[in-house]
Design a binder for this molecule. Structure first.
Ligand SMILES: [Zn+2]
Length: 488
């Protein structure tokens, strides 16, 4: 092989030239990004400054705004009643005229409008009944004639018989909706963790709430060992994980990611609750598709209130067994009047200090917490993010506008994220949540962007996954701001 001096020189020249051009191009790109950012900031400020906001223009801006992730999200509550009615039709089920409930046995004659249980197509044909069905299966047209929290939580029982009938299709609907709204990540409570259905208590957990920690831990340890050795239950957890892995692997791609939180129901009796919480912890350690553990359900119900302290101790116990598990609990989804005032004093504190959560869902009653200032400082220091759900907070707890603690969280430097909770039940969307956030609290453009980035940085994705999502979000913002800059 002969050494070609001319070619070598040309190569060196090319490399020197490239070394000069690449930073120049990069520098030019950076400067264009900054210019577009400033133009977008200006455009945004011009919308936010008048006392009467141009809501329609803001809606358009928000629709295209990259929103990062929605990390307080419930799969079942995110689908609209109309989708569930489609699924009733697909399955050939019928709906009772008197109580709006789904009959999962195929009933003969449901195509006859005079029958008690009628098909989905007959439901749609009867405008009045169809409207009333939507009012039962969601918060539509609610006029406060009955308790709002009851309305909200009771909707789930109506569509539950059909809720998991077409998971692939349901996830696809959520993915399409997310992409339409420029949302790239969803962290959802997809399916409840399994339990053994224990009704009888082999230990009186609810009495242990007031007993010393040592005795509680002894009782939990014995339950834990029993669950560890129950082969059928372990298999049920493996099946649960496998079904989520299969479904999610068919949905996720480079532009959209959905991950699950496994969860327990807070108004179940202690044994069943502990079984589910245990299963949720185990499941979250078995798959990269299950990234966290949550506790859901009405917080003001009798069992949820009675067992709250015990449930937090159960979580602490399991966190010691599974230190890598990541927790985001619904906590403080309460308002004065829903429960006696003394019950508003410590739910967030216990979730933070006893259960050791990384995120709080709602955190509405923070102003009533005993050590309000210390708690705020602790949350700021530990970077415990609060998931803010403006529509559902207003509907369930009647907390909105200047009464919402979002203002205090922001003022005290506690990270916040904007999320949708149950957009199907609320008949809203993540864009609607941002519209409320912007129109009510008028954050600066840089605060808005920070809040959006929080939805990725405080998610339970791995560090590597976060880096990928942040890069995607950076690219989306670069494109979005370029488009807005062109408008001026
Ligand atoms: Zn929720």
């Amino acid at each position: 092989m002969t050494f070609n001096m001319g070619l070598f020189k040309r190569l060196i020249c090319l490399m020197v030239l490239m070394a000069l051009i690449v930073p120049l191009t990069h520098g030019a790109e950076q400067s264009e990004i900054k210019t577009n950012y400033r133009a977008t900031e200006k455009y945004y400020q011009s919308m936010m400054s008048p006392s009467s906001l141009p809501i329609a223009q803001l809606q358009q801006f928000i629709h295209y705004l990259p929103k990062g992730g929605d990390i307080h999200h419930h799969y079942v509550g995110a689908l609209y009643a109309e989708t569930y009615l489609d699924w009733v039709e697909k399955k050939g089920y019928c709906i009772h005229r008197t109580n709006f409930q789904i009959e999962t046995q195929v009933v003969k004659g449901s195509e006859d409008a005079t029958q008690e249980c009628i098909s989905a197509s007959l439901v749609r044909a009867d405008t009045l009944f169809y409207t009333r069905l939507l009012q039962h299966w969601s918060d539509k047209d609610f006029d406060n004639a009955q308790p709002a929290d009851l309305q909200f939580f009771s909707t789930f029982a109506y569509f539950f018989p059909i809720a998991y009938a077409f998971n692939q299709e349901g996830l696809q609907i959520l993915k399409s909706r997310a992409q339409d709204e420029n949302l790239q990540y969803i962290e959802t409570t997809f399916q409840i963790a399994p339990s053994r259905g224990s009704k009888a208590s082999n230990y009186k957990n609810h009495l242990l709430g007031s007993q010393e920690d040592l005795r509680i831990n002894e009782a939990l340890e014995s339950s834990f060992q029993e669950l560890q050795q129950d082969q059928d239950f372990q298999q049920a957890i493996r099946d649960y994980v496998e079904s989520i892995d299969i479904l999610f692997s068919q949905i996720n791609d480079s532009a959209f990611t959905i991950k699950a939180q496994a969860y327990a129901l807070r108004n179940e009796e202690p044994n069943a609750f502990f079984e589910r919480l245990y299963a949720a912890f185990v499941a979250s350690q078995k798959s990269s598709n299950i990234v966290g553990v949550n506790i859901v359900g009405p917080e003001n119900e009798f069992v949820s209130m009675r067992d709250y302290a015990l449930q937090m101790k159960m979580a602490r116990f399991l966190k010691q067994k599974f230190p890598k598990a990541r927790l985001s609990f619904h906590a403080g989804e309460l308002a004065l009047g829903m429960v006696p005032p003394e019950d508003l004093r410590n739910h967030i504190t216990q979730a933070v200090r006893i259960a050791g959560v990384e995120r709080i869902g709602h955190g509405l009653d923070i102003v009533y917490e005993r050590n309000f200032n210390e708690l705020m400082q602790e949350m700021k220091q530990k970077k415990i993010a609060v998931e803010i759900n403006l529509t559902s907070n207003e509907f369930i707890a009647k907390i909105a506008g200047q009464s919402h603690p979002i203002i205090l969280y922001a003022k005290n430097g506690v990270p916040i994220v904007i999320s949708s909770d149950d957009e199907g039940v609320s008949r809203g969307s993540i864009s609607q949540e941002y519209l409320l956030y912007l129109s009510r609290y008028k954050p600066s453009y840089s605060t808005l962007k920070k809040t959006i980035y929080n939805s990725i940085s405080y998610s339970f994705l791995s560090e590597q996954e976060k880096a990928t999502q942040i890069q995607l979000l950076d690219d989306k913002f670069a494109r979005f701001e370029k488009q807005i800059a062109l408008l001026q």
